[in-house]
Design a protein around this ligand. Structure first.
Ligand code: HEC
Ligand code: HEC
Length: 363
């Protein structure tokens, strides 16, 4: 705690003189590959003193948010003037160079960090995070290695700012860098059971407003007539699959570096499986590589319909031991609301799993 306080205070002083010379991340000056030293130089605010957001930065709220130990979040996107998003692939939008995203994290009413990433070239995104000063007036660029223990969020539990490598572990995997700004996440057909769903506020971008503003090029016509939603056997399953897609699917998908695990928890709109969604087809009845320590020999499965205690998917989502917790990064407190939902879904027998034949070979 004292280490980080000193760090932020010193940085604030040191940056006093850097400020004048620092480059703003302004679209009209091209796209920079280096993050400015202060959040106020990134173009997020029209006036940092009053916290007024630049109106070109549009707020949005994904329908399935990431659990970050209960942080209150605000998010904005800046699309370059006049540029469009190539939306022909409903699962992977190609955003224009210069697109910038910010996400603010607050605990107990105090801003703690604001994350940012931006598309610097057609193939490269840059990631950065800013730690808020104690006086809440501005936030300072955090080293690429991250910053540990920036805010106490529960007795003895601390929020840490991820390293750049950790940003990339979630955002780069599967090459879907923007995880909350997708057709499914912005769909106007919002899931009422999504854990920690944030209400849409006036002015927020949604799939509909992006279409209306002509921002989506080559979008499939049905995106307007039938806003995408997770197809599931019942409302609870819909919420579970959406939750797993956001909170687990950024790493567990067929295009990621850990694809060889065979676990696919990302919900893809473009693929319709003959039996069940990938999150069920790749888990129900599969043994997996990791065995639940408390399960009887040979009984551990990634998912055992009817038995949360024999389902590694649930056991590891519930765990907060560093060696077994899922996700492995970005959280130190379990998501009780989501765990209750997942537990009830598995205990209830996982309706869609019934449509899939049991796997013959174990993974
Ligand atoms: C555990 C996985 C994970 C880690 C680690 C992570 N993110 Fe994210 N991030 C997500 C997910 C999932 C979303 C979308 C859901 C949401 O915003 O609640 C997201 C959303 C964002 C957004 C809003 C744009 C978008 O993609 O929807 C920004 C900006 C962002 N993250 C920046 C960062 C930066 C910078 C880091 C590293 C300092 C980082 N993230 C680390 C998973 C992660
Ligand atoms: C930041 C990337 C990341 C995210 C996000 C993530 N995981 Fe994992 N997961 C891993 C890695 C890496 C492994 C392999 C190493 C290990 O088993 O610890 C793994 C392994 C697993 C395994 C064991 C697979 C097997 O074959 O035995 C399960 C089950 C699992 N994760 C479930 C989840 C669930 C459920 C979530 C969301 C609540 C999630 N993971 C989110 C990275 C991630």
């Amino acid at each position: 705690m004292s280490t980080r306080r000193t760090w932020v205070a010193m940085t604030a002083v040191m940056l006093g003189w850097v400020a004048a010379a620092s480059g703003r991340l302004a679209a009209d000056r091209g796209v920079e590959a280096v993050a400015p030293p202060r959040l106020s130089d990134t173009g997020l605010y029209a006036d940092v003193a009053t916290q007024a957001i630049d109106p070109r930065n549009r707020p949005f709220a994904p329908q399935y948010p990431l659990w970050s130990d209960g942080a209150a979040k605000r998010r904005w996107v800046r699309l370059p003037d006049g540029a469009t998003i190539d939306a022909h692939d409903r699962d992977r939008w190609d955003l224009p160079v210069g697109t910038r995203f910010w996400k603010e994290f607050a605990f107990n009413g105090r801003r703690v960090e604001t994350r940012m990433f931006w598309k610097a070239t057609p193939t490269d995104w840059q990631f950065a995070s800013y730690a808020w000063t104690d006086d809440q007036r501005d936030a300072m660029l955090v080293p690429a290695s991250g910053l540990a223990d920036v805010a106490e969020i529960a007795p003895g539990k601390w929020h840490s700012i991820p390293s750049e490598a950790e940003c990339r572990a979630c955002h780069d995997s599967g090459r879907t860098e923007a995880l909350g700004f997708t057709a499914l996440q912005l769909s106007d057909d919002r899931d009422p059971l999504a854990p920690h769903a944030e209400a849409l506020a006036p002015g927020m971008l949604t799939l509909r407003t992006l279409l209306d503003e002509g921002r989506l090029a080559d979008a499939p016509a049905d995106l307007r007539t039938t806003p995408p939603r997770v197809a599931a056997s019942d409302p609870r399953e819909r919420a579970v699959l959406g939750y797993l897609s956001t909170n687990c699917g950024s790493c567990h998908n067929p295009a990621s570096t850990i694809a060889s695990l065979g676990l696919d928890l990302r919900y893809a709109l473009g693929t319709t499986s003959a039996c069940a969604p990938a999150a069920i087809a790749t888990t129900a009845g599969h043994a997996g590589h990791w065995a639940i320590p408390t399960a009887p020999a040979g009984a551990s499965r990634l998912l055992t319909p009817g038995r949360p205690d024999l389902s590694a998917l649930f056991v590891r989502a519930k765990s907060r031991r560093p060696s077994s917790q899922m996700p492995p990064i970005g959280t130190t407190i379990g998501d009780r609301e989501a765990l209750a939902l997942i537990e009830a879904w598995i205990a209830g027998g996982v309706p869609a799993a019934a449509a899939c034949p049991s796997p013959v070979s174990m993974h």
